[in-house]
Design a protein around this ligand. Structure first.
Ligand code: MSP
Length: 660
């Protein structure tokens, strides 16, 4: 992956081997397509990973997908596919998004990967053998029609099932529990005595909300669904969420598996990053799990805020998601990366809106940096034919600009290290603003008119170009697509943007040659754009989600031709005795006739169907449903509000005709 997107002005051009740096995003649920809220953590981690490579670290940047669980099992069932078939195209969409956003991850883990599955089984067994996992009883709410367990907080506003909104009952289920209660003191000490969790305010939150009231043991297995990693020694249980998910940070390095062998090299993690609602699992459960396994503890966890949309967390369930593919296509991935990093204050939430995005791009990128680069390059071109003369004169106010540019790297690096990315950008843009002001102060267009002032003009332009070099070099990790273009336009040699060189002023050759190029960040017509965006991004969530899935799941016409669809007539129909949902249809298929079982009895009575012409899949592998043989499947359509309509054929079509 990284190989494709490494620029000439490589982060590693100046490698000095400062040791290893292991950084992780959370692994995302592929229960729906990725949105701009998911992008924040990944873009932030990518920026830090790139910056660390620039500094000379041997970086391991891990991301991935968390693919098990009841929700995914249910969604797959709704679509009539297996859970793996359901997640595969969504995982592809995540990967496609990360490619679009230039995410330079080094490793991608899927919790359905074989090696992870085996490692988790071993970790679970280890914890059990050590006496940290015991069998108990999980109590929760149960929706009988949906066959689903829910916690109180998942219920809808009437205390009913969040899916079908029917009443739920109290229910019990055998489950394994992780004895985290025994580790309350140890984890509290760890959180208070180290700088693991930032911002610091979250430490108090964890202690006051979860540790002080008494840590409750964590349910780590379930029997009411099957889409999970089976507990090897008790296979009716599947591992439930957190042992599976959190372990990814070590299994991806080869802990308890042979797929990789860099656990000793990269563990412990230098930085885990997550949004605030899962800080609890990363600061309490994960730390306790590692203590139980006698493993070194990670160094830092940064819990960031949410990207909100109109004051609410952007999320699929709220239906307010913004499609990052659309934004990246319209403004370029760098502009999107920049805006979300620039506007997310450290530790708190930020509000996203189309206006905020477009205005930020115009102000900082088009008018701020883009304009600085294009003006400077254009002047070097106009007054010196592109190549600065070696003779140049220094004057006021050069000192202030040079000093700001020269000290910038050492201001930015610690901010990046602390994940204070908005602050880091603020510092860089202070220098950019200073450089633009410097143009107004020095008035190069006046100097250009005066033949006596060529050396001074060369001095001014050199100072601007070298300031741009430093800013672009430091911005490379934030906007990896555009910054190489900036460096090219100002004629920066390939080795002039390494970490070392970014801490020094005067690195560009005295007779540098600029290369005028395309506009870096085109200015956006705000009103027009907002109208178009609002129309485009109005969340029509289900349709979009399906469309995206369809696009990610393209098949060839040959593949389609493998499915044999034929016309048929229902000649008899009755309910399947053992089932509430199934009807048994006798179908005249123009040949010997066949029996098809279909789950449509909620919507059709047998007498409604007899004599009707339908479409059926003729070459589906036969299956037994509630003891009845089904040789095919009739086609029906979701009609909204829990309604289903069978596809009936219009007119007198011969039975057994091919449908294509
Ligand atoms: N699968 C778990 C994480 C397991 S990590 C061992 C999960 N997945 S998630 O897909 O729901 O969320 C992944 C990350 O994206 C979380 O950090 C989550 O908070 C973050 N975000 C999802 N929506 C977000 C916003 N609107 N804003 C910022 N981050 C958001 O939780």
């Amino acid at each position: 992956m990284r190989e494709n997107i490494r620029a000439d002005y490589s982060e590693e051009s100046n490698k000095v081997n400062k040791g290893k740096y292991y950084i992780t995003t959370p692994i995302y649920y592929p229960s729906g397509n990725p949105h701009i809220g998911h992008c924040y953590t990944t873009v932030a981690c990518d920026t830090i990973a790139r910056f660390k490579r620039l500094e000379g670290y041997d970086v391991m940047f891990l991301t991935g997908t968390d693919e098990h669980g009841m929700k995914i099992e249910q969604k797959a069932k709704e679509q009539g596919v297996t859970p793996k078939e359901y997640v595969d195209p969504i995982v592809e969409n995540f990967k496609r998004l990360w490619e679009t956003m230039d995410i330079s991850y080094d490793r991608y883990i899927r919790t359905t990967d074989d090696y992870h599955v085996k490692s988790v089984q071993r970790i679970f067994k280890k914890l059990y053998d050590k006496g940290y996992i015991y069998k108990g009883e999980y109590t929760g709410k149960y929706c009988t029609p949906c066959e689903s367990f829910w916690t109180d907080s998942q219920l809808d506003e009437n205390g009913c099932c969040p899916d079908c909104h029917r009443p739920v009952i109290d229910a019990h289920e055998e489950a394994y529990f992780l004895k985290i209660s025994d580790f309350a003191d140890k984890v509290e000490k760890f959180l208070t005595e180290t700088d693991y969790l930032t911002p610091k305010s979250r430490v108090n939150e964890m202690i006051n909300n979860f540790i002080k009231p008494g840590l409750e043991d964590l349910c780590v297995s379930r029997t009411s669904f099957t889409w999970g990693i089976p507990v090897e020694f008790d296979p009716k249980h599947v591992v439930y969420v957190w042992i599976d998910a959190l372990s990814n940070y070590i299994t991806a390095l080869g802990y308890e598996n042979d797929a990789y062998d860099d656990f000793d090299k990269y563990w412990p993690a230098d930085l885990h990053m997550t949004a605030k609602e899962i800080v609890r699992f990363h600061s309490i459960v994960w730390i306790i799990m590692l203590m139980m396994l006698d493993l070194p503890l990670p160094k830092h966890l940064y819990g960031h805020g949410w990207i909100n949309f109109n004051g609410q967390k952007m999320a699929k369930s709220v239906g307010n998601v913004i499609d990052p593919f659309v934004l990246a296509q319209r403004y370029g991935s760098d502009a999107v990366r920049f805006q979300i990093l620039r506007d997310m204050p450290y530790g708190s939430d930020c509000n996203f809106s189309n206006e905020i995005m477009v205005n930020r791009i115009n102000t900082d990128l088009a008018n701020g940096f883009g304009n600085l680069v294009s003006r400077t390059v254009a002047m070097a071109d106009k007054y010196f034919g592109g190549t600065l003369p070696e003779e140049r004169e220094e004057n006021d106010p050069d000192g202030e600009l040079i000093e700001m540019a020269q000290s910038l790297r050492d201001k930015v690096a610690p901010l990046v290290e602390q994940a204070q990315l908005a602050k880091a950008l603020e510092e860089i843009f202070k220098v950019i603003a200073r450089a633009n002001k410097y143009i107004d102060e020095t008035e190069p267009w006046v100097l250009g008119k005066d033949g006596q002032k060529k050396a001074r003009l060369a001095g001014v332009l050199y100072n601007l170009l070298d300031t741009i070099r430093i800013c672009a070099g430091l911005l490379m990790a934030f906007m990896p697509k555009t910054m190489p273009k900036v460096l090219e336009q100002i004629g920066a040699p390939a080795n002039s943007a390494g970490f070392e060189e970014l801490g020094r002023f005067g690195v560009l050759p005295a007779n540098v040659t600029v290369h005028k190029g395309d506009v870096l960040f085109p200015r956006i017509d705000v009103d027009k754009e907002i109208d178009e965006l609002n129309a485009l991004l109005t969340p029509a969530k289900t349709i979009r989600e399906d469309e995206d899935l369809d696009r990610a799941n393209i098949i060839t016409i040959d593949k389609f031709a493998e499915v044999k669809l034929r016309s048929g007539e229902i000649t008899a129909c009755e309910k399947v005795a053992k089932s509430k949902k199934l009807l048994k249809l006798t179908v005249d298929d123009g040949r010997h006739g066949r029996q098809i079982v279909s789950g449509i009895s909620n919507w059709y009575k047998p007498e409604d169907l007899v004599g009707r012409k339908i479409v059926f899949v003729a070459n589906l592998a036969p299956a037994k449903l509630c003891g009845e043989l089904s040789e095919g499947m009739i086609l029906a359509c979701d009609a909204g509000d829990d309604d289903v309509r069978v596809l009936f054929l219009d007119g007198d079509v011969p039975n057994g005709s091919t449908i294509r």
